[in-house]
Design a protein around this ligand. Structure first.
Ligand code: ADP
Ligand code: TZD
Length: 578
C-alpha cells in the first residue's frame, strides 16, 4: 500500500500541541532508546520518518521477522529492550515469530505494531489488515498492552520497558491503533505525561540462607561443575563470574552463547571434556542456564544417571526451579548479586576441588584437543566443515572483538565446538529453539549496536531464511561479512528422490549455487572460496575493509550429518532407540 506515502513527515501537532507520533518518539528517547528496527507501511510510515527526523536511528528491513530478530539481539547485547516496529496484521504476524523467540530466549524486546480501528476490529467488519492483534500476541510473550489515548502513551511505553527488562527478561507486545498517532494534546501536558522508568531491572538480592545452602553443597562436592548459560552472558557480571570460577577452582562448561564469558582457552574450561564432566560431576551449579533439552533435561545417559547428582541453580525466575529435576539449592536473584554473595561467603581460603577431578578433566581435554588439531590440519578437497572452520578459528583468535553470528545444523555444531570465543557476548546463535532465520537480523543488530565487525557463519539453508537482508546490510553499509557454508542443501546435498521422479529430494538445493552473486546485486563484495586460503583471504579483507561481503564457501556436500548433532531427536531415530 502506498497511499500513506507523503514526501515528508507530516505532523498533526502545532507549536502548542503534541501528537501521538511525537509522544511515542519522546517516550522512547526519554528512556534512552535510540534505535528502531522495523518496516514501514500503514499506519506507522510517518512514525518511522518522524523518529528519524527526531534523531533516532531507524533501520528498515525487508521482512519484519528480521527486524524483530534484530530487536531481540539488540536487547540481549545492550540490556535495553530492542524495538521492532511493524504494520498491522501481516506485518505484526511476521514480527511475532521473533517476539516469541525473544521470549523463549529471555531477551528483552518490544514489538510495537500499528493496528486497525478497534470499533471495526471488535465488530469484525473487515477493516484494512484487520486483526485482534493483542489477543493473538498475549500467549506468545511476557506481557501485552494497548494504548487508546494519547495521554496514556507514556504509561504504555513505561510498562512495556519494565515488563521486558524486570525479572526474567522477555518480549512485550505494544498495540498502537492508527487513530492514536494523530491525537493531539497540549504540548507541556503531553510531555509531562511521559515516564522515565526508574530502575527497570532492580537488583534481586538472594536470601542469605539460600547462599549458605548453596555454599555448603559446593564445599562438600568431590567433582563439582559450573555451567554458564546465556542468562549469565546477558547479566553482564563478567568480572564476578570469572572470579567465582577462579576462586572456587571449579571447572566450567559454557553453553553456546556463554562462550567467551571466560576465554574458551581458560585452564578451567571443560568444553573439550563435556561428556565426561556431565556424566561424572556430583554437584552442578547452573548460572543462568535452564535444564532444558540442550542439557538433556538434567537426566539420562548424558548425566551418567542413575549416579547421584545435586544441583545448585542461580536464576532470577523462581518458577524455573525443579522444572526438570530436583534442585537441592536454588539461589533466586540476579546473577550479579548471587555471584557476589557467593564470593562473599567463600571467604579467603576456599579449598579448590580435589586434584584427581581436575586432573582427569585436564587429561581428557588434552586428548580431545589433540584429536581436534589433527582433524583441523587436514586439507581435503573440496573443503569440509573442519578445514573451513580452522580458518575462522584463527581469525577469531586474532580478532577477539569480532561478533560471531552462527546458524545452520552442521555449520552451527561444528562452529560452536571448533571456534573459540575470547570475549563475552561475542557469539549470537539459534538459541533455545534452535531456530533458523536469525542470521541477518542478529548480524545487523550486532553491527548497529556495537560498531564492531560481524562475521556470520551460515549454513546455506539457514542463510536462505533471511538472505534478502543482504540488501539491508549494503544499504546501511554495515561491516558484516557473511560466509555461506554451501553444501548444496539442508544438512548436505546427497539425498535422492526415492520415487525415482524428476524432483530433487526435499533437502537438496540447486547444486553449485553462487550465493556470492546475491550481494553483488546491491553493491557489496561477493567472493567464491573453494580453499581455506581463499576463504581466509576473503574474510580478512572483509574485516579490514568493513565492506559488506558475502563469501560462498564451497563445502563437500557429503560432509554433514542429518540434523547435525541432534539426529537423535528425529522421530525415526528416536523410535528406534526407545
Ligand atoms: P542457555 O540456553 O545458555 O543454557 P537459558 O536461556 O536456558 O540459557 O537460560 C537462561 C536463564 O537465565 C533463564 O532461566 C533466565 O531466567 C535466567 N536469567 C536471565 N537473566 C538473568 C539475570 N540477570 N539474573 C539471573 N538469571 C537470569
Ligand atoms: N525452520 C525453522 C524456522 N527452524 C528450524 N530449525 C528448521 C526449520 C529445521 N532446520 C534445522 O533445525 S537446521 C536446518 C533446518 C531447515 C538447516 C540445516 O541446513 P544448513 O546447515 O544448510 O543451514 P548444514 O550445515 O548444511 O547442516
Amino acid at each position: 500500500m502506498t497511499n500513506d506515502a507523503t514526501a515528508s513527515a507530516t505532523t498533526s501537532a502545532t507549536a502548542e500541541t503534541i501528537d501521538g507520533f511525537h509522544l511515542v518518539i519522546n517516550a522512547l528517547k526519554l528512556n534512552d532508546i535510540d534505535t528502531i528496527f522495523g518496516l514501514p507501511g500503514i499506519p506507522i510510515t510517518d512514525l518511522t520518518r518522524m523518529a528519524q527526523a527526531e534523531g533516532m536511528r531507524v533501520i528498515s528491513f525487508r521482512h519484519e521477522q528480521h527486524a524483530g530478530n534484530a530487536a531481540a539481539a539488540a536487547g540481549f547485547l545492550t540490556q535495553k529492550p530492542g524495538i521492532c516496529l511493524t504494520v498491522s496484521a501481516p506485518g505484526f504476524l511476521n514480527g511475532l515469530t521473533a517476539l516469541s523467540n525473544a521470549t523463549v530466549n529471555c531477551f528483552p524486546m518490544i514489538l510495537i505494531s500499528g493496528s486497525s480501528e478497534r470499533e471495526i476490529v471488535d465488530l469484525q467488519q473487515g477493516d484494512y489488515e484487520e486483526m485482534d492483534q493483542l489477543a493473538i500476541a498475549k500467549p506468545l510473550c511476557k506481557a501485552a498492552f494497548r494504548v487508546l489515548h494519547a495521554q496514556d502513551i507514556g504509561v504504555g511505553i513505561a510498562r512495556s520497558i519494565r515488563a521486558a527488562l524486570s525479572g526474567r527478561p522477555g518480549g512485550v507486545y505494544l498495540d498502537l491503533p492508527a487513530k492514536l498517532f494523530s491525537q493531539t494534546m497540549e504540548r507541556l501536558e503531553g510531555l509531562s505525561s511521559l515516564i522515565k522508568v526508574v530502575d527497570p531491572a532492580p537488583r534481586q538480592i538472594p536470601a542469605p540462607d539460600s547462599v549458605a545452602r548453596a555454599l555448603d553443597l559446593l564445599k562438600g562436592a568431590k567433582r563439582p561443575l559450573i555451567i554458564l548459560g546465556k542468562g549469565a552472558a546477558y547479566a553482564q557480571a563478567d568480572a564476578a563470574i570469572r572470579n567465582l570460577v577462579e576462586k572456587s577452582g571449579v571447572p566450567y562448561l559454557p553453553m553456546s552463547m556463554a562462550k567467551g564469558l571466560l576465554p574458551d582457552t581458560h585452564a578451567l574450561s571443560a568444553s573439550a571434556a563435556r561428556s565426561y564432566v556431565l556424566a561424572e560431576a556430583d554437584v552442578v551449579m547452573l548460572v543462568g542456564a535452564r535444564l532444558n533439552w540442550l542439557l538433556s533435561h538434567g537426566k539420562g545417559k548424558t548425566w551418567g544417571t542413575p549416579k547421584q547428582k545435586q544441583f545448585i541453580q542461580i536464576d532470577i525466575e523462581p518458577k524455573e526451579i525443579d522444572s526438570n529435576v530436583a534442585i537441592a539449592a536454588p539461589l533466586i536473584g540476579d546473577i550479579g548479586s548471587c555471584v557476589e554473595a557467593l564470593l562473599g561467603g567463600m571467604g579467603s581460603n576456599w579449598a579448590h576441588p580435589p586434584a584427581d577431578w581436575t586432573k582427569a578433566i585436564f587429561e581428557r581435554k588434552e586428548k580431545n584437543l589433540a584429536k581436534m588439531s589433527a582433524t583441523l590440519a587436514l586439507n581435503p578437497v573440496p573443503m569440509n566443515f573442519h578445514s573451513a572452520l580452522a580458518v575462522v578459528r584463527t581469525i577469531v583468535t586474532d580478532r577477539p572483538d569480532i561478533i560471531l553470528v552462527n546458524e545452520g545444523a552442521n555449520t552451527l555444531d561444528f562452529t560452536r565446538s571448533i571456534v573459540d570465543m575470547h570475549q563475552p557476548r561475542k557469539r549470537l546463535d539459534v538459541g533455545t529453539w534452535g531456530i533458523m532465520g536469525i542470521g541477518m537480523g542478529f548480524a545487523v543488530a550486532a553491527a548497529v549496536t556495537t560498531n564492531k565487525p560481524v562475521l556470520a557463519i551460515e549454513g546455506d539453508s539457514a542463510f536462505g531464511f533471511s538472505g534478502m537482508e543482504v540488501e539491508t546490510i549494503c544499504r546501511y553499509n554495515l561491516p558484516i561479512c557473511v560466509v555461506v557454508f554451501n553444501n548444496n542443501g539442508v544438512y548436505g546435498g546427497m539425498d535422492v528422490n526415492k520415487s525415482g521422479g524428476t524432483d530433487v529430494a526435499p533437502t537438496v538445493f540447486v547444486k553449485g549455487a553462487r550465493y556470492d552473486k546475491l550481494i553483488e546485486a546491491f553493491g557489496g563484495v561477493g567472493v567464491n572460496a573453494t580453499t581455506p586460503q581463499e576463504l581466509s583471504k576473503a574474510i580478512v579483507e572483509a574485516l579490514n575493509s568493513g565492506r559488506p561481503t558475502l563469501i560462498n564457501a564451497v563445502i563437500d556436500e557429503s560432509a554433514g550429518t542429518e540434523s547435525g548433532r541432534i539426529t537423535q531427536l528425529n522421530p525415526q531415530t528416536a523410535a528406534k532407540k526407545s
